[in-house]
Design a protein. Structure first.
Length: 300
């Protein structure tokens, strides 16, 4: 069990966990975790998830099946807005605890990767918290390198970018890791930019674009050496990615980046704006110019 986390104090959960490991029947444990997990609600009980995850990790191979069962609960068994989805958060913390204990590290990272692709937001939030624990304990540079295989999926890449943007992880990111960090971000941006047409409206790509617009600002603001890197990316012609960059520049301003840093970025984005197809025939936005809009205007 990690010395930096408080031990599990809920005797009911402790006893039910021991019973589940012996009997192979986890129903009572799952029921108790759902009851005390804080879901559905604004914030899951992450302290409980970490404590249970640490305890599961301490059993090593003896808890492998139990952790696997929790991680593989589908949307019928643990709907996204149900208390039972907390079990996936516990599984993520157990995998993180195994990594921190040096046990089955590669297998545990793969388990987190699989959970990061889950369509349920709570499950992905659990993976973000798990990655942050790893980044804080092992160093942001270790996390950056470990996230290389995550840039093959939209949801996984979004989870990875969100974890890297956490202040506690950025504080543990040495200057020497900036090049590796830019590679991970390159991979995430390229994934969003080169999406197939059939993927453009999927949940995963939408979430990746949201994550890039929201979490690039804190990453770049704490690593100003990335400003030139970002400026080069602003030449993209991909419309949805350009919209994400526009929101990113607003975020950088809120992060306290002054005009000296922002002006070159604004100019780069403006300079790469695609020209109108036929400027001589452009009459402005077409929204609100149809018959229904005209009738509404007449009624006014």
């Amino acid at each position: 069990m990690s010395a930096t986390n408080p031990p599990l104090r809920n005797d009911q959960i402790r006893l039910s966990l021991d019973d589940a490991l012996v009997s192979g029947s986890p129903q009572r444990l799952f029921s108790l975790l759902g009851r005390y997990g804080g879901l559905p609600g604004p914030r899951p009980n992450f302290d409980l998830a970490v404590a249970v995850g640490d305890l599961l990790a301490s059993h090593r191979a003896g808890a492998r099946q139990l952790v696997s069962t929790m991680a593989s609960l589908d949307e019928w068994e643990a709907p996204g807005q149900s208390p039972q989805v907390f079990l996936l958060i516990v599984a993520a913390q157990a995998l993180a605890s195994q990594i921190l204990d040096g046990y089955e590290v590669d297998r545990s990272f793969q388990g987190l990767h699989d959970l990061a692709g889950d369509p349920r937001k709570s499950a992905r939030d659990g993976v973000v918290e798990a990655l942050v624990r790893v980044g804080v304990r092992l160093g942001g540079d270790v996390l950056v390198e470990r996230l290389a295989p995550w840039m093959d999926g939209f949801l996984q890449a979004a989870v990875g970018v969100e974890a890297l943007a956490r202040r506690s992880v950025l504080d543990r990111l040495p200057l020497s890791a900036q090049e590796a960090l830019s590679r991970r971000l390159d991979e995430a941006l390229r994934l969003a930019e080169e999406a197939r047409r059939s993927d453009e409206r999927t949940q995963g790509r939408r979430r990746l674009l949201e994550a890039l617009s929201e979490f690039l600002p804190p990453i770049v603001a704490r690593n100003l050496g990335l400003l030139l890197w970002l400026q080069r990316w602003l030449a993209t012609q991909q419309p949805e990615l350009r919209e994400a960059f526009e929101r990113c520049l607003v975020g950088l301003q809120r992060q306290g980046l002054g005009d000296d840093g922002l002006d070159p970025l604004r100019k780069a984005l403006d300079a790469s704006r695609p020209p109108l197809r036929d400027p001589t025939h452009y009459k402005g936005p077409t929204r609100g110019r149809g018959r229904k809009a005209q009738r509404r205007e007449q009624r006014r």
